[in-house]
Design a binder for this molecule. Structure first.
Ligand code: ZN
Length: 418
């Protein structure tokens, strides 16, 4: 198919759109913060919807706010090919995580249209709701519901830290007219899913390779731990009497580090990324602590071994320090294998475009982890400066983005041609 090799990416338009989307933030530039269903998130959705409409795509939103922008194919009865990513951003983030897959995916479709390509089957651009776990402590909310990995009744019980339920947020966002049950899609509904994303790691840049093709996504897990001790005056309560929630939490954070460094797998990582205490006064013994702990590995047994070791440590430390504890597993997902044929299809496109590529593992997880439950899936990675992500200085160059979009466009064309 020679025409797919001649796709022209409009890099000026794409970069302008990436920069315009970055302006839609809860915090001033260069910081990007867009928490699920915040005013900035809603405005960002509107912005992307307008671009999709301008590109002539048909829009649909489901009951949790996942957006589907469709380019109809010659045969609307065939399962579509899909691409996409997310536009929500954790507090103090940058402008490329997720966005490159959404706006780059849109530009890939526009470039194919400009080149006169006519897909045999529909091509969907999906903007997933809440890939980031910021509001509800659980990542990939939209794709979990799409794939059935999260049951609707469990989802409707979700509450944010202020106690506001997902149902309430759905109503505020105007997508509560249909029930959450309607979000789920059947396996086979898509013929393939390919997500373009920045690597969020240093390998591609270090090796000077413009494209990574993902073969496997690591297994993520997240725990939420509430510790309740006893508060009191920092001068009056003597040390033997104390039931300090912070000190228990501090020991637990160190136990997490011990657990993940003793699994025998170099890939096990653990992070206590949230640690809040109450009442938070210099002259007051901390009576409550909230910790959120993230544990991952590409091998599920190693990840699960670390989780068990953390649970035992929590029990031991809290007993010894007479602190009450409530440990909740927010998620413990299996790793996902990418489809070998699809990985080969992307590799072939790279060869034909003469763009060097390497196969790799995704240590971060993405909506693709859950799309794997619905259809063959892989991801296309592009380098990002110093491997930095989830920070305002996150950066991929326009040229790096262009190579990613070219490979995505070529892949979508190959997959949608038949
Ligand atoms: Zn992302």
């Amino acid at each position: 198919m020679p025409e797919l090799l001649q796709v022209q990416i409009d890099l000026t338009a794409l970069q302008r759109e990436i920069d315009a989307l970055a302006e839609i933030s809860e915090q001033p530039a260069p910081v990007v913060t867009r928490v699920l269903f915040s005013e900035a998130d809603l405005r960002a959705r509107k912005f992307v919807k307008r671009l999709c409409g301008d590109a002539g795509l048909a829009l649909r939103a489901d009951a949790v706010g996942n957006l589907f922008a469709r380019w109809p194919g010659k045969n609307s009865g065939l399962p579509p090919v899909a691409t996409g990513s997310h536009i929500d951003a954790i507090p103090n983030a940058g402008r490329y995580d997720g966005v490159v897959g959404v706006l780059g995916g849109l530009e890939a479709i526009r470039a194919l249209k400009r080149a006169g390509f006519e897909p045999a089957r529909p091509v969907d651009l999906i903007v997933f709701t809440a890939e980031e776990p910021t509001r509800f402590g659980i990542g990939c909310l939209g794709s979990r519901l799409l794939s059935g990995a999260l049951a609707p009744d469990k989802a409707s019980g979700l509450r944010d830290r202020e106690g506001v339920a997902l149902e309430e947020w759905r109503a505020r966002a105007g997508c509560a007219e249909t029930a959450l049950e309607s979000v789920r899609l059947e396996p086979g509904c898509y013929s393939a899913f390919v997500e373009l994303h920045i690597e969020q790691g240093p390998l591609l840049e270090r090796e000077g390779i413009p494209i990574g093709i993902v073969e496997k996504i690591a297994a993520p897990a997240a725990l939420r731990l509430e510790l309740t001790g006893e508060g009191g005056h920092a001068g009056a309560v003597l040390m033997p009497e104390r039931r300090d929630a912070l000190l228990a939490g501090a020991e637990i954070a160190l136990a997490v580090e011990r657990a993940v460094t003793s699994t025998g797998s170099a890939d096990t990582v653990g992070t206590t990324g949230v640690f809040r205490i109450e009442p938070g006064a210099v002259n007051s013994v901390p009576c409550r602590a909230l910790l959120e702990i993230d544990v991952r590995d590409t091998q599920q047994p190693a990840r699960d071994a670390a989780l068990r070791q953390i649970e035992q440590a929590v029990a031991e430390i809290c007993r010894r320090r007479r602190v009450e504890w409530n440990l909740q597993t927010l998620n413990a997902d299996p790793p996902a294998l990418c489809d070998a044929e699809l990985v080969n299809a992307v590799a072939t496109v790279c060869e034909r475009l003469q763009i060097p590529a390497r196969r790799m593992i995704s240590r971060a997880y993405h909506d693709s982890l859950f799309m794997a439950l619905l259809c063959p899936m892989t991801m296309i990675f592009i380098p990002c400066r110093d491997g930095v992500s989830h920070r305002p200085d996150e950066y991929s160059s326009p040229e790096q983005i262009r190579e990613g979009v070219r490979v995505l466009a070529g892949t979508l064309a190959a997959l949608a041609a038949r």
